[in-house]
Design a protein around this ligand. Structure first.
Ligand SMILES: *[C@@H]1O[C@H](CO)[C@@H](O)[C@H](O)[C@H]1NC(C)=O
Ligand SMILES: *[C@@H]1O[C@H](CO)[C@@H](O)[C@H](O)[C@H]1NC(C)=O
Ligand SMILES: *[C@@H]1O[C@H](CO)[C@@H](O)[C@H](O)[C@H]1NC(C)=O
Ligand SMILES: *[C@@H]1O[C@H](CO)[C@@H](O)[C@H](O)[C@H]1NC(C)=O
Ligand SMILES: *[C@@H]1O[C@H](CO)[C@@H](O)[C@H](O)[C@H]1NC(C)=O
Ligand SMILES: *[C@@H]1O[C@H](CO)[C@@H](O)[C@H](O)[C@H]1NC(C)=O
Length: 152
């Protein structure tokens, strides 16, 4: 193939791929749409990670796709959507990952959280009072760190 025809072929292929995916998307928008994590919780997880020092990169997949459907390490979600139509984080299981840094107040935005487990890391700083706002919380596991202050 000459360079110009090769270019044309690629352009046509791109147009074809584009229009066919648009067609597939349009056919059944709601049914093919995957459930996703509540956006406020996705933002919160980003903020939580920002405060952590993760020497072994155990949380390296915390920017890849959706937390619940792409199975971010340590993020466990409810298997169905809630009333708001979104998936929600049920557990944060981050034990024994050599994490240091501090606990983000954004943890308080994980409003369906049941288990928060940061055991046996090197976390420091105070325990954010915002955790006290998570009414669904059943287990708060923070021992084996250097955290200070009262439990909210
Ligand atoms: C669109 O989704 C609905 C609900 O899941 C389903 O009943 C219907 O058959 C779908 N239609 C097409 C064209 O796939
Ligand atoms: C964290 O990552 C290290 C290095 O990849 C691995 O050996 C270790 O098992 C991981 N820890 C956990 C708790 O997943
Ligand atoms: C979803 O989770 C509930 C309990 O949390 C369980 O009873 C149910 O079997 C699970 N469903 C699926 C499809 O995994
Ligand atoms: C989205 O969640 C609803 C309710 O939990 C479920 O009925 C539906 O099958 C899910 N859709 C997908 C694409 O996972
Ligand atoms: C990582 O944590 C494990 C226990 O969870 C500990 O045995 C190990 O010494 C730690 N490694 C470093 C480099 O801190
Ligand atoms: C707790 O939640 C209430 C109501 O949503 C809010 O007004 C308050 O600022 C929250 N407190 C903290 C410490 O996040």
């Amino acid at each position: 193939m000459s360079p110009s025809r090769d270019w044309m072929f690629q352009a046509l292929l791109a147009v074809w791929l584009c229009s066919s995916s648009l067609l597939i998307g349009a056919q059944n928008d709601t049914a093919t749409q995957d459930n996703i994590t509540n956006p406020a919780e996705v933002t919160a997880l980003g903020a939580i990670k920002q405060r952590l020092i993760d020497p072994f990169n155990n949380l390296s997949n915390w920017n890849r796709g959706d937390p619940c459907t792409s199975k971010w390490t340590g993020v466990l979600c409810f298997n169905t959507t809630k009333d708001d139509g979104y998936l929600h984080v049920q557990e944060l299981q981050l034990l024994r990952m050599n994490l240091s840094g501090s606990l983000s107040p954004e943890l308080g935005r994980l409003t369906y959280l049941e288990i928060l487990d940061f055991m046996w890391n090197s976390m420091s700083g105070s325990i954010p009072k915002e955790i006290g706002n998570i009414t669904s919380l059943k287990l708060l596991l923070l021992n084996g760190n250097q955290l200070t202050g009262p439990l909210p």
